[in-house]
Design a protein around this ligand. Structure first.
Ligand code: BG6
Length: 457
């Protein structure tokens, strides 16, 4: 039996843009996703845009009953910035009623809400001014955060500012998966810096405002493993860690950037524009806790033909294809549960054992209806095995002293995934793609209920 600490949170995660629907209704203005789908639908899966997603705007009350049915004691979702503040300044009262009712219902059902502020959904009005490229975005986000704390602070015990902030940096400014899909390393660094300052400004507003509860950030800091112990491979590993993980982890938890990151960016003429006083604000506003998303490890080797100054991450490190890897072929991601233990120990040893939780972990699988039994239930035993394997490693990390307070899977009900639409499914509940978007329980949901009830398995 793997027994977890008392009051351990058993939950699931989702985001507003991937679940709410009503994307351009009830006063919401477009995010970059709504607009990009309108401008360039060919980038998306056919007829799978952000307009409806899981229709949670209408279904949340019933969904909360479904959460209870599988023993969830916690749930993370996000607020849509463009629903709450359609023009960035004026409050949309319909959004206030919706979120207040939703969060009240979660509390009433004894499902601990963790509410996130930004999940890749940049407002279009702000993107037209440059999005995270402009310093103006920092104050705009701080105003949004302050508004959310004022309106919902009595209902939200734990806040997070961003989900995976490195993702909109790399997908929007290096790899083409998010709008504006430009390729520009210098801009990517500036976007990352403004995002970090937006996070800091939100934490500052939370702390100076004297709100109850705690505030954190959700990071995807996949551990990096080098091909070999050679100096060149180890340099590649260090660069990958600095750029992808420590760039947010260190300022958010330790209150400063790693000197090695500053040296690396300076060497390649990539230092962002900053303002006087930024360093002091970063130092004064560490997070109370972390959410860590984990799906796959990062494996690297020395870059093959690096340019200097660097123009892409590939000039610092190349991906390494580990021959012994086990794959989730549907999503194209390696399955390596041991990394969860390594992450737990790293947080304990290098980040003063700050409280943290697994904010996402899960397995996306295509064409799951193949596994439907005669009673109409998807028998997703592969997902149960995946979770068991990861929970064993997490348990090892906790036994070694790491301060982990919960495990959230991605996700509760199958949801829309950006450019991949509904290709890969992750949910405890299957969702039908036609109205009324019916949900039906998968076998993994039944299993998770027993885990939650027993506080282990
Ligand atoms: C996380 C994101 O990185 O992974 C989610 O926070 C995302 O938004 C999830 O949906 C699963 O990845 P994907 O690309 O298969 O949907």
């Amino acid at each position: 039996m793997y027994q977890f600490p008392t009051n351990f949170l058993w939950g699931a995660a989702a985001s507003a843009p991937q679940t709410e629907g009503h994307a351009l209704l009830n006063g919401k203005s477009p995010s970059t996703w709504d607009k990009w789908y309108e401008l360039a639908p060919a980038n998306f899966q056919p007829n799978q845009g952000p307009a409806i997603t899981s229709n949670v705007y209408e279904c949340y009350a019933d969904d909360i009953k479904r959460m209870q049915a599988i023993g969830l004691t916690s749930y993370r979702t996000s607020i849509s910035w463009t629903r709450l503040l359609p023009d960035g300044k004026n409050i949309n009262e319909e959004a206030v009623s919706y979120y207040r009712d939703y969060f009240k219902a979660l509390n009433k059902a004894h499902i601990h809400p963790i509410i996130n502020l930004f999940h890749f959904d940049m407002p279009w009005w702000l993107m037209e001014k440059g999005g995270w490229e402009t310093r103006e975005s920092v104050n705009a986000f701080a105003f949004y955060a302050q508004t959310a704390f004022d309106l919902f602070g009595d209902l939200v015990p734990q806040w997070t500012t961003f989900n995976e902030p490195i993702v909109h940096v790399e997908c929007g400014y290096l790899f083409g998966y998010h709008y504006p899909a430009v390729v520009d390393l210098k801009k990517a660094v500036q976007v990352g810096y403004h995002t970090l300052m937006a996070h800091i400004a939100a934490v500052e507003a939370f702390k100076t405002g004297g709100f109850k509860g705690s505030i954190g950030i959700i990071l995807n800091i996949s551990p990096t493993y080098a091909r070999s112990e050679s100096a060149a491979d180890q340099r590649a590993k260090d660069a990958a860690d600095l750029l992808n993980s420590k760039s947010f982890l260190d300022p958010c938890v330790l209150g400063h950037f790693p000197p090695a990151l500053i040296a690396l960016l300076s060497e390649h003429q990539l230092m962002p524009l900053t303002e006087d006083g930024d360093a002091a604000r970063i130092a004064a506003n560490p997070v109370d806790f972390l959410g860590l998303n984990y799906y796959q490890p990062r494996r690297v080797q020395a870059p093959t033909q690096p340019k200097s100054p660097a123009q892409m991450p590939a000039d610092f490190y190349s991906p390494y294809d580990w021959p012994a890897k086990k794959m989730n072929h549907y999503r194209g991601w390696e399955i390596y549960p041991e990394a969860l233990y390594d992450m737990a120990v790293m947080i304990k040893d290098e980040y003063h054992n700050i409280p943290w939780y697994v904010a996402e972990n899960g397995m996306g699988v295509a064409d799951e209806d193949r596994f439907m039994n005669a009673a109409g239930m998807i028998e997703d035993d592969y997902r149960i095995t995946f979770m068991q394997d990861h929970l064993r490693q997490l348990h090892r990390g906790i036994a070694a002293g790491s301060n982990c307070f919960g495990y959230h899977t991605w996700t509760f009900v199958d949801c829309w995934s950006w450019l991949n639409g509904y290709t890969n499914r992750y949910g405890f509940y299957r969702m039908a793609l036609n109205a009324p978007y019916e949900r039906s329980l998968k076998k993994s949901g039944l299993w998770f209920k027993t885990v939650s009830e027993n506080n282990g398995f």
